[in-house]
Design a protein around this ligand. Structure first.
Ligand SMILES: [Ca+2]
Length: 786
């Protein structure tokens, strides 16, 4: 919106409004806004300056000038709780006065507000849209309004945008909004309103009067600075494979002394013979699961089973295959619509990496001596290495000195080589946070030059904003989300409120594209498996899976989690993949909608303690948890088919620590979906008022909901839930039939029901008039507009 207009009194002013930045008749002025005047050559200008002063924004002599009028018929946008910025500049805001005891403290709290014109508080969403976030002490602000304009435009052209309170963590509220300009040259301030007072926030700090200088500036959105996370990643689901343990497709290349595949007790040094041929042979599993991205932990020559100590970056480990095998794997993946990401271990090499070998042999004379951080010669490993290593003095992993130009060139060539020779689609970077930023910027340029839509994800376990500014990684391994999920679903360390707060905190730690481009995982080759973290209780693992597949960020599945494998932390989490699917109990691979109830109840033990006491957990028996696998398949498909789950933003709608229920929306109020989770062993009622928001579904209803009671094609599952629902305060599908005529405009679908094993499938109409929705024990609902 363009507010204002040309003041009638000043020629000079009109000329400035031409955005030329200078007044033709006068000396060029600095385009500082709203310090208008330095042009004192004409009578009128001099008068104007006299009236307003060079920077006062107010007329000293005559006080406020007359109100602005809209130009071109445009009406000034209503600004709830605020005033027009332009008028405010002219009139000033009346200095607020503490009016009652305690007011001073309140104002001090209001001052605990943060914004910087840089991520994660300001970042571009596209070529003309700047997202801004204001973080305020929790509960102190009622509203935040951004007042913004072109850096070179007069103040009267200021536009306004009301920021939305988009989330709250334990200590903060986050207000978020979008500023749009073309050309995208932003200058802005915020008007904060705590219900009593209004104060301005600018780069210069807080002020009672409108700021006259020190505006926040985001000078230009250059296309080169936009985030460009590949679509295929954001829309995808990642599957991680530890090649030594996924499948042995070629026993002829096995290392000596391999253990039998069914031995589920790996050690740090054991081998099982898994290889790339095995992955190729089992691609049908990935296809059935529906994943679209395959991430392989390192495949290059190395003496270890994990291969994070590279001997030769240009050679596929002979126990895994050769370059042709890798090429064939990528080709077959691509034929199935699956992208392939390899693991780049550039923080450190292996002990027998040719360069380190040379340094060990030739000492300071080696041309590679500066490829490492060596503190003395000759190189020794005892009693502790006299060179820097990965982690705590691991002599077989000497740290690389990536500042060295020759080493940089070498590693960058490795990155390029595998894209060009085998057509891989990206790199996961090991120990990404201990390598210099300059290297990663060069790495990104190299990788993107080789493949424009290649993806780069850094292994970083902590908050990782410095790597997520768009110039280094597309995303990181978002372990803080895993910690929150495990604390809530598995360990019971936090309640629903703490869980929601942790999610919000993580959400606002990163710009949206970086959040979407990061991996959400429940486990990896470095952690205990989710099933084990859940104490072997498949209900909890299943509910965690629902969360992982419906939260913002790209989900990653660690091989075997989808069938309920167990494992403590490394190396136990690297057990050989179980392929004994036929060993699963009845109700096995019978297609979508399979229920965990009935005869398969012994597979999906509803009572974890009973299962544990029997020493008969699914993974121990070498069987698939088939209902869990069916749930995963369904969730992956749901995510791929639902735009809001892949790309929608996230909003926490409900978090009840007493009931242990959480609900969040993905996507907008109109086109989004709502996920409701019940992390408790009892069915819970969640108020619809919190799920549908103020606008709810009222008024959109009528005879919609034609899909009521339409399950997923599996009558048995639906019938079972119909029975469940009958006793549940008229929220079940049976009642849906009679309520179709006046149902709300939403449909509730059971994503998970652990009343008796793992099940899902029922749908029924629901609306604000229902008052609440019933969520089954350790269950989840998906609500969407009908
Ligand atoms: Ca093999």
């Amino acid at each position: 919106m363009t507010v204002p207009s040309t003041p009638t009194s000043s020629t000079c002013w009109r000329r400035r409004a031409s955005r030329s930045g200078s007044c033709r008749a006068m000396t060029p002025t600095r385009a500082s806004w709203p310090r208008f005047g330095r042009c004192g050559r004409t009578e009128r200008c001099a008068r104007w300056q006299e009236r307003f002063g060079p920077a006062s924004g107010r007329c000293r002599r005559t006080g406020p000038t007359r109100a602005l009028r809209p130009s071109g018929g445009a009406q000034p946008r209503a600004l709830p709780g605020a005033v027009q910025f332009a008028a405010a500049v002219r009139t000033g805001l009346r200095p607020p006065r503490p009016s009652r005891p305690g007011r001073k403290a309140e104002r001090a709290m209001m001052g605990m507000v943060e914004h910087k014109a840089m991520p994660p508080y300001a970042y571009p969403l596209d070529g003309r849209t700047l997202r801004v976030v204001v973080r305020a002490a929790k509960g102190t602000l009622k509203s935040v309004t951004a007042v913004y304009g072109d850096r070179y435009a007069p103040v009267e052209e200021a536009e306004t945008a009301r920021l939305e309170r988009a989330g709250s963590d334990a200590r903060h509220d986050y207000f978020q909004g979008e500023l749009r300009l073309s050309p995208p040259r932003f200058r802005y301030a915020f008007l904060l309103d705590d219900g009593t007072d209004r104060r301005w926030l600018s780069e210069a700090g807080l002020s009672d009067a409108p700021p006259r200088h020190g505006f926040f500036q985001y000078p230009y959105i250059n296309a080169a600075d936009l985030y460009d996370v590949p679509d295929w990643l954001v829309d995808g689901v990642v599957y991680q494979i530890f090649p030594e343990r996924f499948a042995n497709g070629n026993p002829a290349n096995d290392p000596p002394g391999v253990r039998p595949w069914h031995d589920q007790r790996p050690t740090a040094t054991s081998f099982y013979g898994g290889d790339l041929e095995g992955v190729i042979q089992r691609l049908s599993h990935l296809e059935e699961l529906g994943v679209t991205v395959l991430y392989l932990t390192p495949v290059f020559a190395s003496p270890s089973n994990h291969k994070y100590d590279t001997t030769d970056y240009y050679q596929v480990d002979p126990h895994f295959g050769d370059q042709e095998t890798l090429k064939e794997l990528v080709r077959q993946c691509h034929a199935r619509g699956i992208r392939v990401i390899l693991d780049a271990v550039f923080n450190h090499s292996g002990f027998d990496f040719f360069a380190f070998k040379d340094v060990r042999e030739r000492g300071a004379e080696s041309p590679y001596a500066n490829w490492f951080h060596i503190h003395g010669f000759p190189v020794r490993t005892e009693p502790v290495p006299n060179y820097e290593t990965f982690a705590n003095a691991l002599p077989f992993m000497p740290k690389l000195r990536t500042e060295t130009p020759e080493l940089r060139a070498y590693l960058l060539d490795v990155a390029r080589y595998w894209i060009e020779t085998c057509d891989i689609d990206g790199w996961r970077i090991d120990v990404a946070n201990e390598v210099d930023h300059a290297f990663w910027r060069e790495f990104r340029r190299t990788v993107r030059a080789a493949k424009p839509d290649a993806y780069i994800v850094g292994e970083i376990w902590h908050e990782a904003l410095p790597w997520l500014l768009g110039d280094q990684f597309d995303g990181v391994t978002n372990y803080p989300v895993r910690e929150a999920a495990l604390d809530f679903f598995a360990r019971g360390r936090i309640g629903a409120d703490g869980f929601a707060e942790a999610l919000v905190q993580n959400m606002f730690a990163y710009p949206l594209p970086a959040l979407q481009g990061s991996w959400n995982l429940l486990g990896s080759h470095d952690t205990e498996r989710i099933m084990t973290a859940c104490g072997g209780d498949p209900r909890k693992a299943a509910l965690a899976a629902v969360f992982n597949m419906t939260w913002i960020g790209t989900p990653m599945i660690y091989y075997g989690d989808e069938i309920g494998m167990e494992g403590e932390t490394d190396p136990d989490c690297r057990r050989p993949m179980i392929w004994d699917r036929a060993g699963a109990a009845a109700g096995g691979p019978s297609g979508e909608g399979v229920s965990g109830g009935g005869s398969s109840g012994d597979v999906v033990a509803p009572d974890a303690e009973r299962a544990a006491a029997a020493g008969d957990k699914p993974a121990r028996r070498g069987r698939w948890n088939e209902p869990l696998f069916q749930l995963y398949k369904r969730l992956v498909r749901l995510r791929r088919e639902t735009d809001a789950l892949r790309r929608g933003e996230a909003r926490i709608l409900h978090a009840d620590p007493a009931a242990n229920t959480v609900a969040y929306r993905r996507g907008g109020e109109e086109d989004g979906v709502v996920v409701v989770l019940n992390n408790s062993p009892r069915a819970r009622e969640v108020p619809t008022a919190e799920l549908f928001g103020a606008r709810g579904g009222a008024g959109r209803g009528g005879a919609g909901a034609g899909r009521a009671g339409v399950g997923n094609g599996n009558g048995a599952a639906d019938d079972r839930h119909a029975d469940d629902g009958a006793g549940a305060k008229a929220h079940g599908p049976d009642d849906a039939v009679s309520r179709r005529q006046d149902a709300g405009a939403w449909t509730a679908a059971v994503l998970l029901d652990c009343t008796d094993g793992i099940a899902f499938g029922a749908q029924w109409p629901v609306g604000p008039q229902d008052g609440s929705v019933r969520v089954p024990p350790y269950g989840a609902l998906l609500l969407k507009r009908s």
